[in-house]
Design a protein around this ligand. Sequence first.
Ligand SMILES: Nc1nc2c(ncn2[C@@H]2O[C@H](COP(=O)(O)OP(=O)(O)O)[C@@H](O)[C@H]2O)c(=O)[nH]1
Ligand SMILES: [Mg+2]
Length: 200
Amino acid sequence: MAGSDVITRAAPDTVKILIAGGFGVGKTTMVGSVSEITPLRTEERLTAAGLDVDDLDGIEEKTATTVALDFGRITISRDLVLYLFGTPGQQRFWFMWNDLALGALGAVVLIDVRRPESSFAAIDFFERRNIPFVVGVNGFYGDHPYPPDEIREALALPDDVQVLLCDARERESSRDVLIALIDQLIASAVHTGAARQTEK
Ligand SMILES: Nc1nc2c(ncn2[C@@H]2O[C@H](COP(=O)(O)OP(=O)(O)O)[C@@H](O)[C@H]2O)c(=O)[nH]1
Ligand SMILES: [Mg+2]
């Protein structure tokens, strides 16, 4: 019967994912490259007023910044839709992170391979709250000078946190990072479920 498919098919699960990391690491770029809807952006041109406040060392080419958040959506499969929330990177907007993290199942912490220290605070944020995350290493200018294991060591990441080399400008590459995160979330849910079963 025409339309029965529509009636019987359950609505997809929607999952909230944060795209986090320091200032200028490529969060807005990643949300923009994977989103299938025109991402909602709240970018403002960087102005002279922010010069003393925003640390532009090493990213002098940056001319706009996310003042509130980026929002995008990607359909992973018929059953799974991700809502992506790109966090603001500047220190003075950190107060928003707790609210943004509410209900988030996981996160991508992006790092700029040239200045990994700018994402330390984001890693720390998710570790403290036990929010699962993967690390996406955004190789600016397509450069990936360090293998994932070296980056893991430099960031003192535990073995279960995946480190993925990526290019935030590329849809496929950004999508791969999100799929790795989803795989990790599913694996840990299965693991927790199995542990509950054996407790019974
Ligand atoms: N060459 C290069 N530029 C990038 C890459 N990712 C982001 N950018 C640029 O770097 C700047 C900062 O990126 P943006 O996404 O705004 O960073 P955010 O502060 O983390 O949201 C922008 O001008 C981007 O166009 C990349 O992989 N390679
Ligand atoms: Mg941004």
